[in-house]
Design a protein. Structure first.
Length: 610
């Protein structure tokens, strides 16, 4: 895995220079530099960094590739996009989306009442709002209110019952009627984890029979003029372009047929989301088989071809690809708290003054004399001696201190052999490398910050922020600080992660988790009552960077309050119990009370790093 697969997943957003990973933008600050500036304010635990310029880059790229395809294919419709709020509703993420997308009239998509209210309050003037998902009368009425307020809003019906409710609301009030869209239930299905979004068994959409009934109903109530959009969605994170092409042909023909049936104001096809993001760090298991260039060209060409064949006006094209827009903009940074083989350091050897067992003495010599020329031979001797010493321990001929010394010496001989042969490792050394796994305890919760890893096995790019001018040789498993054995990213020989062997007593070691800006925050759970990390927006200019929009992680008391507890009662009970306790002086009580108040006002992440 060369450079942690940076050339595979980073889209040239980051580069390695001077042993550190840096933003490939303007003044090019390093992530370590940004992290250390934040931690200088006594911030501990994980931090989430947002980079708005990466959202702008994705929006600009999406529009520019579609505009290019439209020009090349002489396509007569326009391109439009909306951001699905379900992907990331957090305030500073939405602020970045709306501000960076304003010049493109980039809109928002809502799938619930709360999201619709948010969309109505945050959508830039002139931008589109689309509303998907199941709706009741109140939600549909909100759509009418949005239209009356000047929003260009489309209510996508998921069933005939919703259309009947739209007609009911239209008859009951004089508010402006919003645009109406029809989600079609395609025969075509996607691929991968989210493929069930498409196909005849999909959760959403109207069948061909229901579509015809919807047209009849709209005609009979004089509302056909408000039908403006056909919508489909075959799944998030589409790995393969072929299912999309099949879906485009199917949806394009449905659109053309509806125009022929008299839906003269029908002017748009919404192809939903699904544009994939590259999460993998290994060339043999990449997440998609197409580029954004191929994606946009395929959509424009196929829709144009279908409409030309049926002599139908080219529709405007809408997309709802939220993951593509925001995944890259957020990076999770976490310090490593502990390496679980630190007890194998040579300084912990406790050799006996009155003589060690002969095999231990031989291990001492092997460790001392190990070189590039003899390391394989000496490694074999060390492994053989270890087996013999374990047998002697089981038989009672050596004691626990002897066993500890043997483990330390053999562990270090293996490590030295790995380093000596790192440029040209043997198969045997690679197998030993995997067996000699290091467990890195990270100050974070996988359930809170990387829930898709826990729930779906979704990989996220991970790499250290520094030491990148040296080769990492430790096969790494990552353990989080939750009290749950599932809070682990285990070492996978098929997709190996190697990290550095560092002395945490002398320096901090930081890991970055990338492409975490889509879904992870909204799905994150408070398992063990760990809460959202400290969050910062980083604006980068030509000479420096600025850290803004700090959002503090919830304190222990506030997270208890958020799940229904009375934080004042809890604090008062703690104080009362301590104040009434015996065996300590009043000064000790006062000092302890002060500590208690400090602790409960901090977040629950560990504070063991410097």
């Amino acid at each position: 895995m060369k450079n942690f697969g940076l050339d595979i997943w980073s889209n040239k957003n980051f580069i390695i220079e001077d042993g550190q990973i840096k933003l490939n933008y303007k003044s090019m600050p390093s992530l370590l530099q940004i992290t250390e500036q934040i931690r200088s304010q006594d911030i501990r635990g994980p931090i989430l960094l947002r980079f708005p310029h990466l959202i702008k880059k994705q929006i600009r790229g999406l529009y520019s590739y579609f505009d290019k395809a439209i020009k090349i294919n002489n396509y007569q419709g326009s391109f439009n996009a909306v951001f699905p709020l379900k992907v990331n509703q957090f305030p500073h993420a939405i602020e970045a989306v709306t501000s960076q997308g304003a010049q493109y009239n980039y809109g928002l998509e809502a799938g619930s009442k709360a999201e619709l209210i948010l969309a109505m309050s945050k959508t830039p003037n002139g931008a589109n709002i689309t509303v998907n998902g199941f709706k009741d009368k109140e939600m549909i009425t909100l759509g009418f209110i949005a239209a009356q307020s000047g929003h260009n809003i489309t209510l996508t019906i998921e069933g005939l019952g919703e259309l009947e409710t739209i007609i009911e609301v239209a008859n009951e009030c004089s508010l402006k009627i919003p645009n109406i869209g029809i989600r079609v239930r395609l025969h075509s299905v996607g691929s991968g984890t989210w493929a069930k979004s498409g196909g005849m068994d999909a959760k959403f959409g109207l069948t061909a029979t229901e579509i015809i009934e919807a047209i009849k109903l709209l005609k009979s109530t004089n509302l056909l003029q408000y039908l403006s959009m056909v919508h489909f969605h075959i799944g998030s994170q589409m790995a393969d372009i072929a299912p999309l092409k099949r879906a485009l042909r199917e949806a394009g023909n449905i659109y053309a047929e509806l125009r022929r049936m008299g839906a003269n104001e029908l002017n748009s096809i919404n192809i939903g989301g699904g544009l994939a993001v590259e999460y993998d760090q290994h060339t043999h298991s990449t997440s998609r088989n197409y580029s954004i260039d191929e994606f946009s060209s395929s959509v424009v060409f196929l829709l144009g071809e279908i409409m030309d064949a049926k002599d139908v006006k080219h529709p405007n094209i809408f997309t709802e690809s939220g993951r593509f827009i925001v995944a890259s903009h957020a990076v999770l940074i976490t310090p490593v708290l502990e390496l679980f083989t630190q007890d194998y350091q040579e300084k912990l050897l406790n050799l006996k003054e009155n003589g060690n067992p002969p095999l231990i003495e031989e291990l001492i010599e092997l460790n001392k004399l190990l070189s590039n020329q003899n390391c394989i031979e000496y490694l074999h001797d060390a492994l053989d001696h270890m087996e013999s010493l374990l047998t002697l321990f089981d038989l009672g001929y050596i004691d626990l201190q002897d066993r500890s010394n043997a483990e330390i010496l053999v562990h270090n001989i293996i490590k030295k052999a790995l380093y000596l042969k790192s440029a040209n490792p043997t198969d045997e050394l690679e197998q030993l490398q995997v067996k000699l796994q290091e467990r890195y305890l990270i100050n974070a919760s996988i359930f809170q910050s990387l829930p898709d890893y826990w729930g779906l096995g979704q990989h996220f790019p991970v790499m250290p922020l520094h030491h990148l001018n040296s080769t990492p040789l430790r096969a790494a498993s990552l353990w989080d600080i939750t009290c749950d054995s599932d809070g682990e990213i285990g070492f996978n020989p098929e997709k190996p992660l190697y990290l550095h062997d560092v002395n945490l007593d002398e320096e901090d070691y930081f890991l970055g988790f990338f492409n975490v800006g889509a879904y992870q925050e909204t799905l994150g759970m408070n398992h063990n009552l760990f809460t959202h990390p400290h969050e910062y927006t980083v604006n980068i200019n030509d000479t420096n960077f600025e850290i803004v929009n700090e959002v503090e992680s919830k304190s222990i008391l506030n997270i208890l309050k958020s799940i229904g507890y009375d934080k004042e009662k809890i604090l008062n009970k703690l104080k009362t119990d301590l104040s009434s306790s015996d065996f300590i002086t009043q000064k000790e009580k006062d000092d302890t009370l002060a500590k208690l108040e400090t602790f409960v006002q901090q977040n629950g992440y560990l504070r063991t790093t410097n």
